[in-house]
Design a protein around this ligand. Structure first.
Ligand SMILES: O=CCCC(=O)O
Length: 477
């Protein structure tokens, strides 16, 4: 078992550390102090991982789906018993509040369980009429690269469907939040996952991805992270034609229509925007408000942002913790300065809070010119831009004026406006009078520079399957 302060690799059913391996520090973003260390995989670790995943492949893929399902459901139960302690560790590593970390682990449990409960039906042949059927088969070894912002739920959204489909997985956990990958892998191990079916590595991301994706053993790449890294990985995967599922960045608009109920819209935007200090791929980042509501919205939204209680992530009174690392603070400084230099106005926030810790306050920018970087680069932090619009067409044009297309939100009760916005917003997911929208039972994926492929629901499992079309059978025996 991995030691809490020195996180290990998990290869072929055994925890590994020490030897000639380098270690990487894990930094507490609230104190900037070293919290733990994590072992960095060597080339021979990666080769062993590939060999062990490949070696386990046949037995795991031919194991009855019912048994794979039982392991996933058991792992969900085991992980549920660890949530309290695990959430504390996640909070210390990442900076999100304990309540956020607890909620995230609960979603990871739900995801393991959902995929366990549906593994059998999604592995069964699909009749296509007389003498024809589709036979789903596992695609093979999966390389899963996961980020630090929502590590528990995003590991679960990759591991659980891959395992349900019958694929072994090599998981690269985030070096910033290693305890999460360790807890999830431990839960699967305790639930009886066979040796080699789940492997965990950490290390220098580019070394790991180059090595794993250059191997023809790997058949699927699943990744959540930035568009830039997603493109590099897709390029590496092209050599072996590995299937890619890429959940990349977002820059989500919220359209607040003239009939919107601000008493609902403002708390909903504030809660989701500032969760995890805004470091979510689908956090709202550009708010477009009907001109008749603009002044009222801006003053109430600014007041709500100022009221967010910023503090230590383990203090129950804290509503927003620090950003995850110094790089995010630099990005907030760069985006804010660029916008202000081009003429934008800071309504609240806009400067780093005194240390220690990577604290950036909720920040609202108005009058942001169209060429400002904050309107084009994913902010991935607690920065919102707010702008008025005069017509719905103008709002739609502004909402779609980004390279990204992950999520979009709007507030209106008018059925025709709901239909128009749903049909016109370029995003993989749209939520109405509500934010968030990611769930275990439904597909989620982006368009444009937000990536391709789906996680979640039936499509999440199909992502790891070959759908073998069989024609001309005498019977379905
Ligand atoms: O960063 C993306 C994760 C969002 C979520 O599943 O809540």
């Amino acid at each position: 078992m991995s030691d809490a302060r020195s996180h290990e690799l998990f290869i072929n059913g055994k925890w590994r550390a020490g030897g000639s391996r380098a270690t990487l520090p894990v930094i507490n973003p609230a104190t900037e102090k070293v919290l733990a260390s994590v072992a960095s995989a060597t080339v021979s670790d990666l080769d062993e991982t590939l060999a062990s995943a490949e070696c386990s492949r046949k037995a795991w893929s031919s194991r009855p789906a019912k048994e794979r399902a039982e392991i996933l459901v058991a792992a969900a139960r085991i992980l549920a018993t660890k949530i309290e302690a695990a959430a504390r560790e996640l909070s210390a590593e990442q900076g999100k509040t304990i309540a956020e970390a607890t909620g995230e682990y609960a979603r990871a449990v739900e995801t393991l369980e959902w995929n366990g409960r549906h593994a059998e039906e999604l592995s069964a042949p699909i009749p296509m009429g007389p003498n024809r059927m589709i036979v789903p088969e596992p695609l093979g070894v999966v390389a899963a690269f996961t980020p630090w912002n929502y590590p528990a739920v995003l590991i679960a959204r990759k591991l659980a469907p891959a395992l349900a489909a019958g694929c072994p997985v090599i998981l690269k956990g985030a070096e910033e939040t290693p305890s999460v990958a360790v807890h999830i892998v431990e839960s699967l191990h305790e639930a009886g996952i066979p040796e080699g079916v789940v492997n965990l590595v950490f290390g220098v991301p580019v070394h790991i991805s180059r090595h794993l994706l250059s191997s023809p053993i790997v058949k699927v790449l699943t990744f959540t992270g930035s568009t830039a890294v997603g493109k590099q990985l897709a390029t590496l995967a092209a050599n072996n034609l590995q299937r890619c599922i890429l959940e990349l960045g977002g820059h989500s608009p919220v359209v607040v229509c003239e009939d919107a109920d601000l008493a609902k819209a403002i708390p909903a935007i504030s809660e989701y925007k500032f969760e995890c200090a805004g470091q979510s791929c689908n956090a709202p980042s550009r708010i477009l408000v009907a001109r008749s509501l603009y002044e009222q919205f801006l003053s109430r939204m600014t007041e709500a942002a100022r009221k967010i209680r910023i503090g230590q992530p383990d203090d129950p009174a804290t509503e927003m913790g620090p950003m995850a690392n110094a790089r995010r603070i630099e990005a907030m400084q760069r985006l804010t300065k660029d916008a202000v230099d081009r003429g934008a106005r800071i309504e609240t926030g806009g400067t780093r809070l005194d240390g220690p810790g990577f604290y950036w306050p909720p920040t609202i920018l108005t009058g942001v010119p169209k060429d400002a970087r904050v309107l084009h680069e994913e902010p991935f932090g607690p920065i919102l831009t707010v702008a008025p619009f005069d017509t719905l067409e103008e709002a739609i044009e502004e909402a779609n004026a980004t390279e990204y297309g992950l999520a979009a939100y709007f507030f209106t009760d008018a059925a025709d406006t709901q239909r128009k916005l749903t049909n016109s917003l370029s995003a993989g997911a749209v939520s109405v009078n509500y934010l968030k929208g990611v769930s275990a039972d439904a597909p989620y994926g982006g368009i444009k520079q937000s990536g391709y492929g789906y996680e979640g629901g039936e499509q999440g499992v199909r992502s790891f399957q070959i759908l073998k079309m069989v024609n001309g059978l005498s019977s379905f025996g």
